[in-house]
Design a protein around this ligand. Sequence first.
Ligand SMILES: Cc1cc2nc3c(=O)[nH]c(=O)nc-3n(C[C@H](O)[C@H](O)[C@H](O)COP(=O)(O)OP(=O)(O)OC[C@H]3O[C@@H](n4cnc5c(N)ncnc54)[C@H](O)[C@@H]3O)c2cc1C
Length: 477
Amino acid sequence: MNHEQLISALAEIVGPERVRSEGETLAAYADDLTENEPHLPRAVVKPVSVPEIQALVRLAQANCLPLTPRVANTNVGGLAIPAEGGIVVDLQDMRRIWEVNSEALYVLLEPGVTFADLKQHLEANHPDLIAAYPLSPPYASVLCNCLLDGLANLSFRHGSTATLINGLEVVLPTGEVVRTGAAAASGCWFSRAPLPDLTGLFVSWQGTTGIVTKMAVQLWPRPAYRRRFFLLAPDLASAFQFQWEAARTGLFDDLGGTSWPLGRLLFGLTNVTQRDPHEPEFYLYGDFSALTEDEMKAKQKVLDALLAAARAEGTKFEGPLDVELLIQVEPSLRRFAEFPLTLDFVLDHPGGGLTWMGTYGPLATWLAGAERGQEILLRRGFPPMFVTRVMQGGRYAVLRFILLFDKRNPAEIQRVRQVNRELLTGCLELGFVPYKLPAWAARELRERFDAGFVGLMDTLKRTLDPQGIMNPGRWWW
Ligand SMILES: Cc1cc2nc3c(=O)[nH]c(=O)nc-3n(C[C@H](O)[C@H](O)[C@H](O)COP(=O)(O)OP(=O)(O)OC[C@H]3O[C@@H](n4cnc5c(N)ncnc54)[C@H](O)[C@@H]3O)c2cc1C
């Protein structure tokens, strides 16, 4: 199929105004924030309905055309960089919220619904309900976040955001539409149970097994009381100890932290190269909530007791410092009081590059992982920027090492690739597993993965996507 034939076939499906193939637009879809290689697509299409997506995948099947679904392209792993000469399926305009079920506590939404959209919709129509929000930009897709096993401000309670999925509607690479979860048998998307859990065929597969067109995502009643606080830890060991003890209480909705360079940026300071020895090394934050004032007071007592015990052992924590009070001293902290938020200091800097090695692993080896990553970053001349989150009551934890770099500088890109490789190895040795796995890392890990796991993934991929049209270049395909 030559270029003109392709463009006219795409235009027949979605309408000519929803197909783009001019150089400037294609260039804007060729890369992302990271060091991963850019690839220029042949066309960008913006479907608005399920039948249009079915027709697109059938066209791609028939002509072996690679398709890359994408919404905001903020995944920070090169996961929506298209195959060279492929087609980007931009889903930003599929932005409907089909249903908020306030009895079964879920929202049914399309791929283009952003965190800002969801928040606005709930505040306007269901102020008694809340959703989980990551630290992603407000324009990122809720559906993509859940599909990618993301982490959000209710992850202490629930784990990765994929656990919040009650079911999916998916256009398979062969054009059929399937539903997963209880909705496969019921008019209601109340749960993934009790049917075989086919949702997993699309979670963390990075758009390689189908295009998800609807997702049911869990919501919760809004608690009447909520407290977000910062706790400044003098060193990594005490930050670890607090997270360990705090995880055992089950008290929190959210518990995490950032190392000092990001903490500094958060508090409005710009120098991230030198830490004053008297300055905290780690900025912890926590969130807890309650239905009544008495419940809130009881939770506060548990936190006070934790801190009193730590101080009795000699740990010099500063805080807890209430976010609402901190905002009065440092207005830039306002962005951390309300989700979703924009972490402008990691997005707007000279050269604009952002990448990370984000991993999930055992909380027990968090300290060793943090020290290893910090050592690698410092040795390679980067500020020791990393963030953490305690997941699902301490069953696991996040360690994400962050590199800000100049995308215009090829030498710096090489340095970043080298550091990410070292971080990958260091994290793996301590039992941490990367999430939103970039393709370069997947290829390196293939040999280390359980052979049965690799074989089953290959079989499933071949079965679901026999022509290999879906987001090629991901994992090891
Ligand atoms: C500053 C910053 C902070 C961040 N903080 C967090 C955080 O705290 N927690 C967190 O989890 N993430 C975080 N992220 C990562 C990212 O924002 C989230 O993962 C986000 O939700 C991804 O949404 P997106 O719209 O950008 O997806 P995209 O990048 O557009 O797509 C992500 C992947 O999904 C695939 N895909 C897209 N649409 C579909 C579909 N309909 N069906 C199947 N596959 C599809 C794409 O091909 C790609 O592989 C952060 C990113 C930035 C830049």
